[in-house]
Design a protein around this ligand. Structure first.
Ligand code: B12
Ligand code: SF4
Length: 470
């Protein structure tokens, strides 16, 4: 079947992100014998015109949208991407009579909401490699789409009951590598982006607000380390692409797998640098050293909170001692690191925020600390249950429109108060900084100078940036 696969994401903050998920879906569809024409709108000047001319030029039998983001998850500066995608869907509907298929993480966090609003023919929830080719094969043969797991077919998304849960691909090693050849990476890297690579899928760790286990499954499925390295090598050799990002939910867990990937990378001695999301679970001196030796350029620690009470309230799988060990290990291995904090969880108080700062002072100096607040509530997470019990959500509320959880004590003058605390440390930034022009201008300069990670020198210029923002 001849398919136009459109990567719809055009967000540029914190930098443009290449459409890895859509490239995975494309690779699987190609391997099943379908013909894929890939249209990446990420860097397109005029997305609607680009889509129109593709539709006019090709004789497609189906159009598929890769929807990476639904909204930006920021309570303090909310942005929805729905209207952008809706305009694209209207353009398709205007000149194309065949089926419209939706997929991607932004779709999968609220699939019924998307189906209702776009009146798409079908949607693939979660992992796309198995379901997408099957949908195309059946459409080509004129067969019904009923009964494919993870595929929503209800005409207007009226019935959730017709969706069978997505069955995870057991052996990731059996999947074709993402179709990196279809992506023009150069502009992404020029604007501070990376080539994304996965070393595994899934997260069994169960933080109360997190939707990742629903997207990727609750069990780790590991890729053979040599496959990971081969994928990087294939992209890097013969190109000038040198910056990679391990897009795993948590790169360093399971620890043995992270060490095996690092060892495989070190053995191959590729001229590449990479970044990764980590958490303190099992992140010790050995892991930090192995990452540094394997070319890691920066670690992003998603701590979210750091007081014992809040670590328990959010169901974080680590405690203060692990945080201390992890941050010191990163420092000792010479790994630049940033910390991401998300305040406002159940029962959180301003004392917790101040204690978090004092505790982090004791650990090891971060290059940057990004403090935000307000937790995006996702369907089917324990957080949705907590919010419903407390009356923040009404029964069956549609979470396509984001709702944010914020503890009562933090609800008053949150931005100003958080900013006052953030200003006490040069490496901390708060939403107020990101509203102002100085931080955004600083970000542009770091991109132009190709500083990687972008936050590497934040501790150095943060104090100055803040004085300018007042
Ligand atoms: C890594 C990551 C980042 C990194 C990216 C690093 C990089 N260089 O690539 C950074 C930190 C930069 C980032 C930023 C943001 N992110 Co982010 N990110 C992720 C994360 C952890 C992994 C994404 C990924 O690459 N996965 C690997 C690929 C292979 O999986 P996938 O994209 O889901 O694709 C599969 C399926 O979805 C499906 N599929 C994909 N496309 C298609 C297309 C079709 C047609 C079909 C049928 C199927 C299909 O098949 C694929 C293979 O199985 C996810 C959470 C998660 N675990 O999914 C959040 C996630 C995607 N991010 C999210 C968000 C919101 C953002 C930001 C807007 C946050 C912000 N305010 O800054 C920005 C946007 C940046 C941008 N320019 O777009 C949300 C999106 C949900 C939503 N509410 O919209 C997620 C789900 C996390 C969350 N908060 O819930 N992110
Ligand atoms: S926040 Fe991280 S560790 Fe916790 S469940 Fe989500 S992906 Fe796993």
């Amino acid at each position: 079947m001849k398919v136009l696969l459109v990567a719809t994401n055009r967000e540029r903050s914190p930098y443009p992100v290449a459409p890895l998920g859509a490239l995975c879906a494309a690779a699987a569809a190609r391997a099943a014998g379908h013909e894929i024409d890939f249209l990446d709108l990420g860097m397109a000047r005029s997305p609607l015109r680009a889509l129109q001319s593709k539709l006019q030029a090709g004789s497609f039998q189906a159009v598929a949208f890769g929807i990476r983001n639904l909204d930006n998850c920021w309570a303090f500066m909310p942005r929805s991407y729905f209207q952008e995608v809706r305009s694209l869907a209207e353009t398709v509907r205007h000149s194309f009579k065949g089926p419209l298929i939706l997929g991607g993480s932004g779709f999968s966090v609220a699939p019924i909401g998307w189906m209702r609003r776009l009146e798409a023919d079908c949607g693939v929830i979660g992992e796309g490699e198995r379901a997408f080719p099957e949908v195309l094969t059946r459409l080509e043969a004129g067969r019904s789409l009923d009964g494919i797991d993870g595929v929503i077919t209800a005409p207007r998304g009226d019935s959730a009951a017709r969706v069978l849960p997505t069955r995870a691909v057991e052996r990731l090693g059996d999947l074709p590598p993402p179709a990196h050849d279809l992506c023009r990476y150069a502009p992404y890297l020029r604007w501070g982006g990376f080539v994304g690579v996965q070393t595994k899928r899934g997260c069994p760790l169960g933080c109360v607000y997190c939707v990742y286990p629903r997207l990727e499954g609750r069990r780790y499925r590991l890729r053979p380390p040599d496959d990971v390295v081969r994928e990087i090598e294939t992209v890097a050799v013969g190109s000038r692409l040198r910056h990679f990002f391990f897009v795993d939910s948590v790169f360093n867990d399971p620890r043995a797998h992270a060490l095996a990937v690092c060892a495989a990378l070190e053995r191959r001695k590729l001229p590449v640098r990479w970044n990764a999301f980590c958490n303190p679970l099992g992140f010790d001196a050995e892991v930090a050293r192995a990452m540094a030796q394997a070319g890691c350029a920066g670690v992003e620690f998603g701590l979210d909170v750091a007081t014992p009470r809040m670590l328990a309230a959010l169901g974080k799988p680590f405690g203060q001692e692990e945080i201390r060990i992890a941050l010191r290990a990163a420092r000792d291995a010479g790994l630049p690191f940033a910390i991401y904090l998300l305040f406002g969880g159940p029962g959180e108080t301003w004392a917790d925020v101040r204690d978090t700062q004092a505790f982090l002072d004791e650990c090891a100096p971060a290059n940057a600390v990004f403090a935000t607040f307000g937790i995006r509530i996702y369907e089917g997470t324990p957080m949705a249950g907590i919010a419903a019990r407390e009356g923040t959500l009404s029964p069956g509320q549609d979470l396509f429109e984001p709702v944010y959880y914020l503890s009562p004590e933090l609800a008053d003058h949150t931005e100003e108060k958080l900013d006052r605390i953030a200003r006490r440390r040069p490496e901390w930034s708060s939403p107020m900084d990101w509203r102002g022009p100085v931080a955004r201008w600083g970000q542009k300069v770091t991109v132009l100078l190709n500083v990687r990670p972008q936050w590497k020198y934040m501790r150095g210029y943060g104090g100055y940036m803040r004085r300018r923002t007042v």
